[in-house]
Design a protein around this ligand. Structure first.
Ligand code: CA
Length: 368
């Protein structure tokens, strides 16, 4: 059952920098243990996750992070990783780390919108930032400081820990040729994307991960989004739907998070704190690289071997979803002061980076 719970959470997704050279962006106001005893002490920590143990790309990233920390610290900080449900259920990671049941968590911030709605901005926003742009905002655009401020009342320190990149639009058994085809469309699409679909005339359906395949196959739903080719192929969704639409307008770069209990963090000597921050950055780079490499191979397999029909969402459909997204996201921001503060920073950064990327990344990719 826990596996099911965890699967239902995986509407997820992930960015990059060479971590070894960059340590300057961690929490700056934290204290650290400075005694000789603390320097020599061996720390054994627990990390709870929202993923089934070793789940493709996400669970495996948490395991790699733990190994890296152990190696970098010469065994002084050892982290045991727990799959969803092994120590706490998938959706109790935030509380467990906040309360100190575990020292660390590996999850995604949009699960915690019930705790603080602004958390959603730290995973992904429909028509929002790409993975690379998100890194710019987090590390050099004030995003991380806002995130730390948001989590401080919960006794948590957040770290960016990976990104899936642009997800796919999803698997459909109904063609989408115009905005009319969205009317009454029954689609499993959680989060902000679901809100947008609803306002555009569709019917977002909440389903546990374990129910998605059968519901799609039997026509209970017309469509589902999941992640991207790497995860979707592993899940077998091509056996339940005819069309594979792109792009994933609703999740343009879903970021993973590592949370650290603040008391546990402050009890570490400075070098171990730095190791955690650098290892998180390494994870952030590595997950994005893994998804980029694996997604392209998986897509080739889906199309060439399994005959999947790849389709682009029509421009007018995307334009409608874009307009609706703006309204929905602005309304969520206006609902509480913390969300408004994060939204203002996010949108200001988004508008300027979109303008710049129009003449850099976008222009180059169009020309290539
Ligand atoms: Ca998704």
């Amino acid at each position: 059952m826990q596996i099911k719970t965890a699967f239902s959470m995986i509407k997820l997704t992930v960015i990059g920098v060479i971590a070894t050279t960059l340590i300057a962006c961690g929490p700056e106001k934290q204290t650290s243990a400075t005694t000789e005893a603390a320097q020599q002490q061996t720390y054994k920590w627990k990390m709870v996750t929202s993923w089934p143990k070793n789940f493709t790309g996400l669970g495996t990233s948490a395991e790699k992070f733990a190994s890296l920390v152990s190696e970098m610290s010469a065994g002084r900080l050892k982290i045991k990783v727990y799959g969803a449900g092994e120590l706490v259920p998938a959706l109790q990671v935030f509380d467990a780390v906040s309360q100190g049941t575990a020292e660390m968590g590996h999850s995604s911030a949009y699960y915690w919108k019930g705790k603080t709605p602004a958390a959603q901005f730290f995973t992904t926003v429909p028509f929002g930032l790409t993975a690379q742009e998100m890194n710019g905002w987090i590390y050099h655009g004030g995003g991380l400081e806002l995130w730390q401020e948001l989590y401080a009342p919960f006794n948590l320190i957040p770290l960016a820990a990976g990104n899936t990149g642009v997800q796919m639009g999803g698997w459909f058994n109904k063609e989408i040729n115009s905005v009319n085809d969205l009317q009454g469309l029954k689609m499993r699409i959680p989060g902000l994307g679901g809100e947008v679909l609803k306002r555009a005339g569709g019917t977002p359906v909440m389903l546990a991960g374990g129910e998605v395949f059968t519901s799609l196959q039997t026509g209970v739903i017309d469509a589902t989004e999941w992640v991207g080719p790497y995860n979707d192929l592993a899940f077998g969704l091509h056996k339940a739907a005819k069309y594979y639409y792109y792009p994933g307008w609703h999740e343009p770069g879903s970021m993973m998070e590592i949370t650290v209990n603040k008391n546990a963090f402050n009890a570490l000597p400075k070098d171990l704190q730095t190791i955690l921050e650098v290892a998180a950055k390494a994870s952030n780079v590595d997950m994005m690289a893994e998804f980029t490499a694996q997604n392209k191979s998986a897509l080739t397999e889906l199309v060439d071997k399994h005959g999947v029909e790849l389709r682009a969402l029509p421009n007018d459909v995307l334009a409608t979803l874009r307009d609706v997204s703006k309204e929905v996201v602005a309304e969520i921001a206006a609902a509480d002061p913390a969300s408004q503060k994060v939204y203002d920073s996010y949108i200001k950064y988004r508008d300027s980076v979109v303008k710049y990327h129009a003449i850099s990344e976008q222009s180059f990719i169009n020309a290539r």
